[in-house]
Design a protein around this ligand. Structure first.
Ligand code: PAF
Length: 300
């Protein structure tokens, strides 16, 4: 593959620089910073949708230059998961980034991210072992490792992650705090389709029939959040939500749970939320072969 910085135009006005190596990215970022500019970073695995583009827009509110990365990270997939089939749409993604005036896209190879013989990993213990970490034990270790490496390549002032992956956002915040990365982490609101389904690259896996059923996960969570805000017992509201999700055609629920928004520790199921409390309702469930996750904030 040809190296170097390239510009791709999606329209006459918009162009995005294509950068494939760490040294080029670091040189580019250094030059921007020397010129007094600030840099926002949005790491992605591609197959971009409106949710990703809204994260670029969010970064643009804070900084003068934005860099998105597209890298399908092998370290966060276990054998048998969807690494090989994960959607890869480089040309489309670049055009989408250009359409929102993203300054540059970083497209590293596996060797660029994990140089031969590389054995250094990042483990954010505890937060990585709950919830999704129980079902995908490798996952957050792979995420923390690649995000730490991407941060060192991009050296941004600000990085934006979607709240759709709420546990991931908390893991990254904790890593940044513990390791002292001088980067402000910002959460971007989840973008939803008309029926409430959270936008995700993995929604592309859903058959038309599954897609029709998929909105039920948000509908069930929304109904539970209203009941909880009115003082229902979590055990009852969550059980009802699980019932709605199963009735809609989901084949297996990994969890529907109410947690402390910062620590992700489960809250008591047998007492109503306290007046003024703000908690997080999270769910993960399987529709056919696709695992969907979602979360919403609940305030009493
Ligand atoms: O959320 C994602 O797309 C990925 O987990 C991330 C943060 C880009 C790391 O590979």
């Amino acid at each position: 593959m040809k190296q170097g910085i390239w510009k791709v135009n999606s329209t006459k006005e918009n162009s995005v620089e294509i950068i494939r190596t760490r040294s080029e990215l670091q040189a580019r970022v250094r030059a921007w910073k020397q010129a007094g500019e600030t840099v926002g970073f949005v790491p992605t695995m591609g197959a971009l949708h409106e949710g990703h583009l809204s994260l670029i827009e969010k970064a643009k509110e804070k900084v003068t230059r934005t860099v998105a990365s597209i890298f399908v990270n092998p370290a966060q997939f276990a054998p048998g998961e969807d690494f090989d089939t994960y959607p890869r749409r480089e040309a489309e993604d670049i055009a989408k980034l250009a359409s929102v005036n993203c300054t540059a896209v970083y497209l590293p190879s596996v060797a660029e991210m994990y140089p031969e013989g590389s054995v250094t990993n990042v483990r954010v213990e505890s937060l990585s072992d709950l919830l999704d970490g129980i079902y995908r034990p490798h996952f957050f270790y792979g995420v923390a490792t690649v995000v730490a490496r991407l941060f060192l390549h991009a050296q941004p002032d600000v990085a934006v992650f979607g709240e759709k992956d709420y546990q991931q956002l908390q893991v990254i915040r904790r890593m940044v705090r513990d390791l002292g990365f001088p980067i402000e982490i910002i959460g971007g609101e989840t973008k939803r389709d008309a029926d409430g389904l959270a936008q995700s690259s993995r929604n592309l896996y859903l058959s038309p029939e599954e897609r029709r059923a998929a909105g039920a996960i948000f509908a069930a969570m929304h109904r539970a959040s209203v009941r909880l805000a009115l003082g229902a017992l979590p055990s009852e509201a969550l059980k009802e939500a699980e019932g709605h999700i199963v009735t809609a055609g989901f084949r297996k629920i990994d969890y529907v749970t109410l947690v402390d928004p910062a620590t992700l520790q489960a809250l008591p199921a047998d007492e109503p939320m306290k007046e003024g409390a703000v908690v997080r309702l999270l769910a993960a469930a399987w529709l056919g072969k696709t695992r969907l996750i979602d979360n919403i904030s609940v305030t009493r």
